[in-house]
Design a protein around this ligand. Sequence first.
Ligand code: PLP
Length: 442
Amino acid sequence: MTRSHLFYQSRQRRPVLDQARGVYMWDVDGKRYLDGSSGAMVCNIGHSNERVLEAMRRQMEKSTFGYRLQFETEASERLAARTAALCPDGINRVFFVSGGSEAVESAMKLARQHALAIGQGTRWKVISRTPSYHGCTLGALAITGYAPLTDPFAPMMREMPKVPAPRAYLDGLDPDDPATGAHYAAQLEACILAEGPDSVLAFIVEPVGGASTGALVPPAGYMEGVQAVCRRHGVLLILDEVMTGAGRTGRFLAGEHWDMDPDIIVLSKGFAAGYVPLGAIAARDGLVEAVLDGGGFLHGFTYAGNPLACAAGAAVIDEIEAQGLVANAARMGGALRARLDGLMDRHAIIGDVRGRGLLLAMEFMADRDRKTPLPAHLNVHQRIVDIAFDMGLIVYSRRTRDGLEGDHIMVCPPLIVTETHLDEITQTLDAALAQLGREIAP
Ligand code: PLP
């Protein structure tokens, strides 16, 4: 099959996907892969779930498009209500888009319009963290803390202020000590003060880091600390739950692991679990009311609230609840974590295993105790991904030209995994690491 008309990031060709069921995928040559990364941390309920497909078929028989300025749809109303019910108290207004970057853009524009509506038009800066990832549109890149992706576009976007992500394990701080969280929260406060609080609109944070930090779990006291800092300075708190939402970390929203009271929550990926392109922002009622009172939200995409996408999204939430997948993510996450920790005894190259629920990562280091990085040219994370792929296991790494910024892989299977799948993942990773060891042995 030629794909000469299609292009993505590079000229690299990939096997052609034929079909996918549950946690497995098959290419057109009949080779089977265990999807140990849920695609890009997307397919939370597994592939080809028959009940979701049936809900989509039912919606397709009725309508597949209704333009939001002409019609409301039962599907979008239902999904908005289901989403609001899963968000913290006071967050009841939902706005649909078609992906994570669109959702992040929408959150920033809603925050900005809110500031204008309440007479705080001087506030426009959105502080984020380095490293972080919030999307690939220019607005989202401006708050993404990942130089290989942002530098090439530098004059075209207005870079926003960044604070360090709380990588306690690299900074030699105790992640269980609340003083560590307070230390990083103080860095946010210092940044707000340096920028001028009247110019700062929002702080956006991934509650558990994604591929940029390698499933970084914030140290004790951090999330509550940054929330208090935001409140103190009238800065909106945006939780980017694009990767962490929809049960991945063992709670429906990762923010639930702490006592959080955000202003806007950003969702995509697992929200429709790969069945359709879908994203959403859920916002505090008063914030939305102020914007609507102030003349309306100057924003919206043609496919926003698409009935087919919303019907799929609602069916995904139904499945997450019916199968108890949030609890399974917590349980299987613990079991997988224990297995990955076990691999550390067999492979000295594993420097750290971390994450929450089924958002897990493994970082590779030359020296675990000294936290010395491996030579970048070895591109170890990418090599592991490639060897495992050849062996029929899909794990995820961020593909960059230089391989810098975190030599880690994400191990994030669908939330429907069983212990048997976990054994298969662990055994294949073990074999892949052994092969890598032979390749790079001096
Ligand atoms: N925000 C986070 C935390 C993400 O992980 C991603 C994608 O990986 C995005 C935003 C952007 O989502 P999308 O690729 O759907 O535009």
